[in-house]
Design a protein around this ligand. Structure first.
Ligand code: ATP
Length: 280
């Protein structure tokens, strides 16, 4: 049986500007997306029967066709037109519905893995087109570079080189619905978007662009997010921001020791998910 195991990393948003509502109900965005090495582990095995089966065993993540990884596998099998199927085992390490893009990353890993296992030879461009139909963040995880993402997230440009950083992730586990956040968002009335630097020499340069329009909706409803940001800064972060529509907060740190001490301090007695990871 042909089989492949892949890591599917999480992402954080250094920047998330919501530019306009589109007639189709989606929003045009300007985002800077960065991968971090907190990863789901995905094992794909080709089978001789045409079905796709997903096992995950994580609360809140469907096992069958509701799983975005299932849809990704189905899309490539249908395109290949072969009688084979696949089993996909997901070890979920990325918190679910957390603003960390876990589902999208799983789908991208399955697209890339199935492309290889089936010997399809599809370009990244083609995989990104297929991925966009599954979710707006899927193309970014096929792109595999720190990116400026525009449109709904599908227009990707490589960012200038950015220095590596230690990243502390804290998810307080409150339930934030992405649809609810966008429904309640008051679009900013701005003449033009803030200009982005062309050069990022140190982590402070990254911190100078940290911004997320969705905090204006999520933080008033979940003040714990502001508390976590403040704690991160007290514990030595150079900058801290909410990722995506939340509720995960990330803090940027220069060194591993300070990052791990901050993660430990933020775990103590809270029951929150925390991790000290690195940018990729
Ligand atoms: P984003 O940052 O792109 O908004 P997210 O991190 O907030 O994503 P996900 O973890 O991708 O959100 O999950 C969103 C929803 O998708 C969950 O409620 C879950 O039921 C569903 N889902 C389907 N497949 C998966 C998967 N493989 N992993 C996680 N969630 C999945």
């Amino acid at each position: 049986m042909k089989s492949l195991t892949l890591n599917a990393p999480a992402k954080i948003n250094y920047l998330l500007d919501v530019i306009r509502r589109r007639p189709d109900g989606y929003h045009d965005l300007r985002m800077i997306m960065q991968r971090v090495n907190l990863c789901d582990e995905i094992t794909i095995t080709l089978t001789d029967t045409p079905e796709v089966a997903v096992t995950c065993g994580k609360k809140g993540v469907p096992d069958g066709p509701g799983n975005i990884a299932w849809k990704a596998a189905r899309a490539l099998l249908d395109l290949a037109g072969v009688g084979q199927g696949a089993t996909i085992a997901i070890t979920k390490n990325i918190p679910v519905a957390a603003g960390l893009g876990g589902g999208s990353s799983d789908a991208a890993a399955v697209l890339m893995g199935m492309n290889e296992l089936l010997g399809l030879g599809l370009s990244d461009q083609k995989l990104m087109e297929i991925g966009l139909k599954l979710g707006a963040d899927v193309p970014f995880f096929v792109f595999r570079k720190t990116a400026l993402a525009e449109g709904v997230g599908e227009q990707l440009t490589v960012m200038p080189a950015m220095p590596p950083a230690w990243v502390v992730l804290v998810n307080p586990g409150v339930h934030v619905s992405t649809a609810w956040v966008y429904r309640n968002l008051q679009l900013k009335n701005r003449a033009e978007l803030a200009k982005l630097p062309h050069f990022y020499g140190n982590i402070e340069d990254i911190c100078s662009i940290l911004s997320n329009d969705l905090e204006a909706v999520t933080i008033p409803a979940f003040p714990v997010i502001a508390d976590i940001k403040a704690s991160m800064m007290r514990l030595g972060a150079l900058g801290a921001m909410m990722s995506g529509s939340g509720p995960t907060v990330f803090g940027l740190f220069r060194d591993r020791e300070t990052a791990e001490m901050a993660a430990d301090a933020l775990t103590a007695g809270t029951g929150w998910f925390t991790a000290a990871v690195e940018t990729m």
